[in-house]
Design a protein around this ligand. Structure first.
Ligand SMILES: *Cc1c(COP(=O)(O)O)cnc(C)c1O
Length: 319
């Protein structure tokens, strides 16, 4: 292996050391082909359809203070995606739960980002028929990551609304969590070009849809709304609905126009990677007075408090 690498460098002197091993891996444990491995060793073939065609589904759950948060809902979504994509894995629900527990336990992380995924896999003959591919299940646990950093969680994110349109539901069922992210990544570069932290992109009608891995809510006159169509039904989004129901707040899924978002009293985004995260600037202009709003603040507190509730969490089986 190192001999091949050395030859490569010699014949292509412009290939720097950095490109020989461009990857620094987060500290964590993966499950792949029946084995638990450090992240640096969890590698798949370039012939895997997951890589070549984005033919895959996945789900991400987090562990906070040693407890999985709403794992059942994530498993429901993951197994739903497998069925819709006609994929089969050699583990049932309990088997997947055990693998996820083991990944986190072996990693030792008390706060973790845990992903389960299934790719179409590869076929021994490189057939173009997806039925010939052997589906591949993988999972991993790495340190908890957030869309927003500590400062952004305190003062709010600056979001740009890109004119890019999210892949329509008639093409890809958005309830299947997927890696069709080129629209979202283009939106992100639009946002960076405009000096924003992250992006929201539009649905096929020109209303606001979602961002790279998160849903969005706005609050107007104490009532919450979030885009209804063309978005992944996020579990953090669902949790906001549940918390609102308990707190007596009105929350609906409906069309959310760009204008509605920009004239809202409060805006926040939701993701397993970060929870409920305030947005205080849109396209360079402050949302209301530019401060994190009271409803957002309250929901954030309720959200994190529920991470100790046995009804919504399960303790990782650490050794
Ligand atoms: C995962 C994801 C979300 C957020 O869903 P959560 O279940 O709250 O993490 C939103 N949009 C897209 C496109 C996603 O992939």
């Amino acid at each position: 292996m190192s001999q091949v690498a050395a030859t490569t460098v010699k014949s292509f002197p412009f290939v720097s050391e950095r490109h020989l091993d461009p990857h620094a891996y987060p500290d964590g444990i993966a499950f792949l082909d029946g084995q638990y491995l450090p992240m640096s060793q969890a590698k798949i073939s370039v012939l895997d359809w997951g890589f070549l065609h984005s033919d895959a589904t996945y789900d991400t759950v987090h562990v906070w203070d040693g407890r999985f948060f709403r794992l059942d809902l994530h498993l429901d979504r993951f197994f739903g995606g497998l069925e819709k994509l006609r994929m089969a894995i050699p583990f049932d629900r309990d088997g997947v739960v055990e693998i996820l527990h083991n990944c986190v336990a072996l990693s030792g992380h008390r706060a973790a980002y845990v992903e389960m995924l299934c790719t179409r896999g590869a076929s021994p003959s490189f057939s173009r028929d997806p039925r010939q591919a052997i589906n591949r299940f993988m999972a991993f646990a790495v340190p908890f990551g957030s869309v927003a950093n500590a400062e952004q969680l305190r003062s709010g994110l600056h979001v740009a609304i890109s004119d890019k349109v999210r892949i329509p539901p008639a093409s890809i069922d958005p309830s299947i969590k997927n890696y069709h992210w080129l629209d979202l990544v283009r939106g992100l570069y639009d946002a960076y070009d405009r000096g924003a932290d992250t992006a929201l992109i539009l649905d096929f009608n020109g209303n606001v849809a979602e961002g790279p891995g998160f849903n969005v809510f706005c609050v107007k006159d104490g009532k919450l709304s979030t885009p209804a169509v063309g978005v992944l039904p996020g579990i953090t989004r669902r949790t906001v609905f549940d918390l609102c129901a308990e707190a007596g707040l009105s929350a609906v899924a409906t069309d959310v126009s760009m204008a509605a978002l920009k004239t809202a009293d409060e805006v926040f985004i939701t993701s397993t990677a970060g929870g409920i995260m305030p947005v205080t600037r849109i396209d360079g202009a402050p949302v209301a007075d530019g401060k994190v709003g009271a409803v957002t603040d309250r929901l954030m507190a309720l959200y994190w408090k529920r991470h100790a509730d046995p009804a919504w969490t399960s303790a990782v089986r650490y050794p």
